[in-house]
Design a protein. Structure first.
Length: 372
């Protein structure tokens, strides 16, 4: 099978090997184990490979590198519009060669792929929609258009679009799905935490406005000011890092809050095994891997009520749902910390649930999809 991937994820070349964002590549490598040939249409980055990048594992991959397109400013929009025709031609040629078309959405390149696939009604297609599929969510028009086109059974034929969460009134194109980070071999009985002494909080994610890392710090700060003994480790990089560092210094939090940057998976796993809570007050998520990974090791997630997160947390039985408001979030967490017995139940329930979604189960489901 000649398997085509159309993605907005930027790829980095080093020693004739291409790598990209590790969670994405780790997932794609499971797909690639079951195909004979791979074509990848994606933009190339001029940055060097980092600790959070991973190489593809396949002996027969051809890369069709296209320009990256952005619409964040008038200048970038003009340049992007100029580039679009050549990108469409590249995608069209790749689709002609492919036996199976796989789209990564939402994203600008994925959007172009959604348009081109309409001209190949007889080819088998899958799409991984990694964003928030909630029909009621407030989203950019480009996201809504991709959701509409993937769902449309007249324009989009032979499609299985994998989405996070189960939503009413979906077409036959849409299939509720999940993602995974750990294998069956990594399953373990969650250790019973002591919630009466020093508490360890973690944040896993990009330091950008969408993840609200400053709000996470402010919530933890409010708990510390009430006498709760907390150490808070923040993993990730992003444009907000200098501002967050300044806030930590200005508010005398250096001994309690640490910005640790990007770390490899083994270090993140060890941190999760030692943590009590993950706090992630995001504006939007699809299936937040950080939340599922934390739950895998019995970490109680503290998360905003978005996308399929309430389902993941069983509407508050496997974690703590908070609003994106410091005072209200503090109040909810403060009350939850008083019930240490329930926190232990949450921790155990979170681990039991997350450990159902392993890479082994994920690969089995992928094989079923590829056989269709």
């Amino acid at each position: 099978m000649r398997f085509l991937i159309i993605t907005h994820v930027e790829h980095k070349e080093e020693n004739n090997t291409f790598s990209a964002y590790a969670p994405y590549v780790r997932e794609m490598n499971l797909w690639l184990k079951h195909v004979s040939e791979v074509i990848i249409v994606a933009p190339q980055s001029d940055k060097s490979k980092s600790v959070i990048d991973l190489a593809y594992l396949h002996d027969n991959i051809s890369f069709n590198l296209v320009a990256s397109i952005k619409f964040t400013s008038i200048k970038s929009a003009i340049f992007s519009i100029i580039k679009i025709p050549s990108i469409l031609i590249n995608i069209f040629k790749a689709c002609k060669k492919a036996d199976h078309i796989h789209l990564r959405c939402p994203g600008n390149i994925g959007l172009l792929g959604c348009l081109v696939q309409v001209f190949f009604p007889n080819k088998i297609k899958t799409a991984k929609y990694a964003g928030n599929w909630n029909p009621a969510a407030v989203q950019p028009k480009s996201y809504k258009f991709q959701k509409w086109l993937l769902s449309n059974t007249f324009l989009t034929k032979n499609m299985t679009a994998l989405v996070y969460g189960e939503w009413k009134n979906q077409t036959k194109n849409i299939k509720a799905f999940f993602t995974a980070s750990f294998s069956n071999q990594e399953k373990r009985v969650s250790e019973i935490r002591d919630y009466s002494t020093n508490l360890k909080f973690v944040f896993l994610g990009s330091l950008v406005n969408g993840k609200r890392p400053l709000l996470a710090i402010q919530i933890v700060e409010a708990l510390i000011n009430q006498g709760v003994n907390i150490d808070f480790d923040i993993y990730g990089e992003g444009i907000l890092k200098p501002d967050l560092q300044n806030y930590i210094v200005d508010n005398n939090l250096e001994g309690k809050v640490r910005l640790l940057g990007n770390r490899n998976q083994s270090e993140i796993k060890q941190a999760l095994k030692e943590s009590h809570f993950l706090i992630l007050p995001s504006k939007s998520e699809g299936w937040p891997k950080a939340v599922a990974e934390a739950m895998f090791f019995g970490v109680v997630p503290i998360v905003t009520e978005i996308s399929c997160v309430p389902f993941m947390l069983d509407f508050g039985k496997r974690g703590i749902l908070i609003p994106p408001n410091k005072e209200k979030a503090f109040s909810i967490i403060w009350e939850s910390l008083k019930d240490t017995k329930n926190l232990k139940i949450m921790s155990n329930s979170a681990s039991e649930w997350s450990q159902k979604y392993t890479l082994d189960v994920f690969e089995t489901e992928i094989k079923k999809i590829l056989k269709h």
